[in-house]
Design a protein around this ligand. Structure first.
Ligand SMILES: Cc1ncc(COP(=O)(O)O)c(C=O)c1O
Length: 389
């Protein structure tokens, strides 16, 4: 491997949400932080180089995103995901969560029904509730250790909804939705005039055995009814550079989104995000392929450790994302809360599954984007805490 993912980088005292807010989040700084979805690996060298080169100019007045920025996105989507996008379809957002919120404002009115598929990324709930829209749940079903859409339930719920927010691939369940699953979902939404917001922030983080499908790449009809969100932030560990894209081939949908973006006036972005994104998409293939191999090794280690040394925990092995959803419902906690056990007994900063809504009870989410040594340390802590129950 050209890149060293074993390197331990000290992130403390860098205003890191994951490390420096442990006390606020877990009530203790003495936990291994494996929660918020960023990585403990250095942002790749070709991105750092681009940022440094821009910084060397020593002048940071207003800037816009040049054509080369858009070309890098278009080429990446074609090369990595066989999705043909026209650069005219691409808008900006500082992040995916702001983009979801802006899209809700653009396409719905107060009281309108918006469907989500729990257990799911928790800011989807707040985006709906904070904007006074009505939240409708279409819970996923867990079969054979994989999450699936519940189409029967969905067909009912779609009848009077306006919008569906999809996590593709799925956080926290790790399903990389297949072309067939997405086609059916897309067609059902068209039949019912329900626009889909497809959050594809984890699109690049798919394990070799699986194939990511961009929802809007399936057909022109589905593209016409879809607004897609992508970003280099998760893929290349650059969330703090606040640069993401919103893609809509449907002119009307794009114009409506852009109107909200213009009104709020956050469309300029920041110049370091622009050059970093361009470098990521132009030069990131090899680094990303090696990252996925390394993460796959982390998954193997966890599976092996659980099989041999831990009982009561089942890993839903993710097909994509670096987030591992662990079913802890079979542990006999003697009346203890799973959150309390994980944080206080095991000393681990995982997310409590309850945060992800219906179906999340009894689960925890573990972020495995860290050196293997950290994973080993965490698993040993977990084993020790279980043995003391
Ligand atoms: C599905 C999903 N969407 C969005 C985000 C965050 O997006 P952003 O930081 O760009 O707002 C995350 C981060 O974990 C996520 O998992």
């Amino acid at each position: 491997m050209k890149y060293n993912f074993d390197e331990i980088v000290n992130r403390e005292n860098t205003a890191s949400v994951k490390y420096d807010l442990r006390n606020e989040i877990f009530g203790s700084s003495d936990v291994i932080p494996m929660w918020v979805a960023d990585m403990d690996f250095k942002t790749p060298d070709f991105i750092i180089k681009a940022i440094k080169e821009r910084a060397n100019h020593e002048l940071f007045g207003y800037s816009f995103r040049p054509e080369s920025y858009f070309t890098s996105i278009v080429n990446w989507l074609k090369r990595r995901h066989q999705w043909n996008v026209d650069m005219e379809w691409i808008s900006f957002s500082p992040g995916i969560v702001p983009a979801v919120n802006m899209a809700i404002l653009a396409y719905t009115n107060q009281g309108d029904k918006i469907i989500i598929q729990p257990p799911v990324y928790f800011p989807f709930f707040s985006a709906i509730e904070n904007n006074n829209r009505a939240l409708v749940e279409n819970p996923l079903s867990l079969k054979n250790n994989r999450y699936h859409f519940d189409f029967d339930d969905l067909s009912d719920k779609l009848k009077d909804a306006k919008l569906l927010i999809l996590s593709n691939p799925h956080n926290p369940g790790g399903s990389v939705w297949t072309r067939e699953e997405l086609k059916r979902l897309g067609e059902m939404c068209i039949e019912n005039n329900v626009i889909i917001l497809s959050d594809e922030i984890h699109a690049d983080l798919v394990f070799k055995e699986y194939k990511f499908t961009a929802l809007a790449s399936i057909s022109d009809e589905i593209a016409n009814n879809t607004v897609t969100f992508i970003a280099p932030s998760k893929t290349f560990n650059m969330a703090a550079l606040a640069t993401s894209s919103v893609i809509a081939s449907n002119k009307d949908l794009k114009e409506k989104y852009d109107k909200v973006l213009d009104t709020i006036h956050v469309g300029l972005g920041n110049v370091f995000g622009t050059v970093a994104s361009e470098a990521a998409y132009n030069f990131g293939d090899e680094w990303l392929d090696q990252l996925m191999d390394y993460l796959s090794g982390n998954l193997d280690l966890i599976q092996d450790f659980i099989d041999k040394r831990i009982s009561g925990i089942n890993m839903i092995r993710p097909e994509g994302t670096y987030l591992v959803w662990l079913d802890c419902s079979a542990i006999n906690l003697n009346g203890k809360d799973i959150k309390e056990f994980i944080i206080h007994d095991a000393g681990l900063g995982f997310n409590d599954g309850k945060m992800f809504g219906t179906g999340g009870e009894g689960f925890v989410r573990m972020n495995i984007a860290c050196p293997r040594e950290t994973i080993k340390e965490a698993l040993i802590k977990l084993e020790k805490a279980l043995s003391k129950l």
